[in-house]
Design a protein around this ligand. Structure first.
Ligand SMILES: [Zn+2]
Length: 365
């Protein structure tokens, strides 16, 4: 096989095709609309939280909250009231957000360490969600972690949990071009240099959460069945069990992790600390409708059906969402993928063309 492209004509053809391809691939998950839409709150039941396990307190979704304060506080039925008890929830870097316009960035790829089979996890229904967390006794060298992906440091895995809707028209916390997904998985990590999850919540770069959008279809994503199989043991608020089968975090990741959105935000539950470096993969994982039904049959606080445990999207304000395309190509300004400037198109396509040229030469003899 000869080198690629062999002639100027072929080069131009490839350049054109790459432009078209990049539009198809990148715009498949990014849509730029003219205006930001206010999302109405459709939440009905359930409550949330963010996790940490202490001796006395139950697991919370992302962070520790005292039992006393938690019981008097908030629910997903009135998230607009959260700031009265938790002022940070009215901050200017809140999550989740609706993703509409992006700035392309050439972040490095993620590295997922120790993301293979995890044998010991605690599975908990805390009345707000279902949590899969590492026992406190986990040996430091076995803790899963992430580096790369534009993150400043190494982030240790802490727990994962889900948000889901009463039906598949809603459920995700993040939206892409105002589109909701039926559910969203959050893999929560803390910056290793801060030593603990609780301490890390006090720093802007303290937490790194990987958001994985979940859609319905066939076949089901490989790792999801193991998760669903555990749910029968935690049907009601307060139920807790140990993992029965090993779970591989690798099997919960989307098939492509080289393209993702990035922005600075917060925990999506009180206290809403603005300490999260958010990554939302643009490539959702696919699960069966029946598998989501198992989530929808769980019981939350007061024995109510646990559904719609997602926070409405929050104003982006002055924040910029960046995006790593699968090629790693970047354009140095906010770029609407649906109405790009000619100069940006040229710069981006030139990068795409060189990417495929390198790719081709690597595999040609
Ligand atoms: Zn979450």
């Amino acid at each position: 096989m000869s080198g690629f492209p062999a002639t100027l004509f072929q080069y131009l053809v490839v350049l054109f095709l790459c432009c078209r391809l990049s539009q198809v691939v990148d715009s498949s998950s990014i849509r730029n609309t003219e205006k930001t839409k206010e999302i109405t709150n459709q939440h009905v039941v359930a409550k949330p939280n963010d996790v940490v396990r202490t001796i006395e307190n139950p697991l919370y979704e992302h962070q520790p909250i005292s039992r006393e304060k938690e019981t008097q506080s908030w629910s997903y039925s009135n998230p607009e009231a959260w700031p009265f008890l938790y002022p940070t929830c009215a901050g200017d870097r809140q999550s989740p957000v609706n993703i509409e316009t992006v700035l392309l960035k050439d972040y490095s790829k993620f590295y997922f360490g120790n993301y293979g089979g995890i044998e010991r996890m605690i599975v908990t229904n805390n009345g707000h969600t279902v949590l899969f967390s590492l026992p406190l006794s986990s040996s430091p060298e076995s803790i899963p972690y992430i580096t790369g992906g534009g993150l400043p440091d190494r982030y240790n895995f802490f727990q994962f949990h889900f948000h889901w809707g009463s039906d598949s028209s809603q459920g995700s916390e993040h939206r892409v071009d105002s589109k909701s997904y039926p559910a969203e998985l959050h893999l929560v990590h803390y910056n290793a240099k801060y030593g603990s999850f609780a301490n890390a919540t006090n720093h802007d770069d303290g937490l790194a959460v990987l958001g994985i959008l979940i859609t319905v279809g066939k076949p089901s994503h490989s790792g999801f069945r193991t998760v669903v199989d555990q749910l029968s043991k935690v049907e009601s608020d307060g139920d807790e069990t140990m993992l029965e089968k090993p779970i591989s975090l690798n099997d919960l990741l989307p098939s492509r992790t080289t393209s993702f959105f990035r922005y600075s935000g917060s925990l999506t539950t009180p206290n809403c600390e603005q300490s999260v470096v958010w990554t939302v993969f643009d490539n959702p994982i696919v699960v069966l409708e029946d598998q989501l039904s198992v989530f929808r049959n769980l019981k939350g606080k007061g024995g109510l059906i646990l559904v719609n445990n997602f926070r409405p999207t929050q104003p982006l304000r002055r924040r910029i969402i960046t995006y790593r395309s699968h090629t790693g190509c970047s354009v140095s300004r906010n770029w609407s993928l649906f109405s790009p400037r000619i100069k940006d198109v040229y710069q981006y396509c030139k990068c795409i063309a060189s990417f495929y040229a390198i790719f081709s030469s690597t595999f040609s003899s």
